[in-house]
Design a protein around this ligand. Structure first.
Ligand SMILES: NC(=O)c1ccc[n+]([C@@H]2O[C@H](COP(=O)([O-])OP(=O)(O)OC[C@H]3O[C@@H](n4cnc5c(N)ncnc54)[C@H](OP(=O)(O)O)[C@@H]3O)[C@@H](O)[C@H]2O)c1
Length: 322
């Protein structure tokens, strides 16, 4: 039976082995449970274990505070990656953090909880990880070279992160002229708009509230060649279907980027069917998964993550992907 103690009203388990938490909804199903031990071996830290913390969507504030308190008060609880609850957790436990990075403050969320010199730190890593993935897919000056636009289905955390990354690009050739975002409900579009208005950008952002796939096909048909079409809705994994119909035509020479790498992936299959006819490049979310996790692991374990180390970790994870 694990030893516990009470600190500031929270029940804290005294861990006997260094523990990295994964705070999500159905954490046991994620590939990271298999990848993490391989990475710890690769990093020479096989003693570090990963532990899932499954919370309900929009859980009670106290549940988020308890999860944060465990990390804050137990010396061997090293930190966490947070999915799904990034906004709710930060809202509920903001006062428990000694530091929140600028992205956490702009986005109002944390995806990474870590400790440094006894201080509890919160970082929003998504703009960095979505950005690293996009940069790896399109390379330098993509928009200057091609004149492509971006169409993003979904205006959730990952879509906001992608737009923020593009807005922050100092070189005009790395910014699209137009970024169209389509979301099922108006609320997310309003929050995205409020964020964009705080920042100075020459990207024309168009906000469309829609969930009719036929209309989405029509929106996609307005894109110039080489445009990037993103599925950030979770459709094809979290919920069935695709934001477009089978008849929707991807932009000629364009890129279709599905943010997920497991599930039915209907959108990705629709794009794969047009690889030859429309010269479409199709990307899934595996690289995004790798960047997302390696950035947080590096922050929590205080590792300098250079490209060589990223490549080693990516290679170690490959067996799980297969
Ligand atoms: N590969 C990776 O490592 C990685 C990393 C990040 C994200 N992802 C995946 O990417 C997906 C999005 O992530 P997220 O964090 O941005 O999720 P999220 O915050 O839940 O956002 C999803 C958004 O899509 C909208 N949506 C749902 N169905 C739609 C439709 N038919 N048409 C238009 N919009 C629709 C939702 O609208 P409402 O406002 O109406 O709910 C919501 O705003 C998830 O499936 C996630 O697993 C993968």
């Amino acid at each position: 039976m694990a030893e516990t103690r009470t600190v500031s009203g929270y029940t804290i388990v005294t861990k006997t082995t260094p523990t990295f938490y994964f705070i999500g909804v159905t954490t046991g199903k994620s590939s990271i449970m298999k990848v993490f031990p391989l990475w710890m071996r690769e990093l020479g830290r096989p003693e570090i274990v990963i532990e899932g913390v499954d919370l309900k969507i929009h859980d009670e504030p106290q549940a988020y505070r308890q999860a944060v308190a465990q990390i804050k008060y137990d010396p061997l609880s090293l930190g966490a990656l947070v999915t799904t609850h990034k906004i709710d957790l930060f809202q509920a436990a903001r006062d428990m953090f000694d530091y929140a990075d600028p992205y956490a403050q702009i986005c109002g969320e944390v995806s990474c909880i870590s400790k440094r010199n006894g201080q509890l730190e919160g970082h929003a890593k998504d703009p960095i990880t979505a950005g690293l993935s996009l940069d790896a897919i399109i390379g330098k000056d993509y928009f200057g070279r091609t004149g492509g636009h971006v169409l993003c289905f979904g205006a959730g955390g990952s879509a906001v992160a992608t737009l923020l990354h593009l807005i922050n690009k100092p070189d005009a050739a790395d910014r699209p002229r137009r970024f169209i975002v389509v979301n099922r409900s108006q609320g997310r579009l309003d929050s995205m708009k409020a964020m964009v208005e705080q920042l100075k950008t020459d990207i024309e952002v168009e906000y469309i509230c829609n969930q009719d796939p036929v209309r989405n096909d029509a929106i996609m048909a307005t894109l110039p060649p080489y445009s990037i079409v993103i599925n950030a809705t979770g459709m094809g994994k979290d919920i069935p279907g695709s934001p477009i119909t089978d008849a929707g035509l991807f932009p000629l020479n364009g890129i279709a980027w599905e943010f997920n790498y497991r599930g039915e992936l209907d959108f990705m299959h629709q794009a794969l069917a047009q690889v030859e006819s429309r010269n479409i490049r199709v990307e899934d979310g595996w690289l995004y998964f790798l960047h997302g996790w390696t950035q947080v692991v590096a922050q929590v374990l205080h590792i300098d993550l250079d490209d060589a180390l990223f490549q080693r970790l990516a290679a170690a994870a490959e067996s799980v992907r297969k």
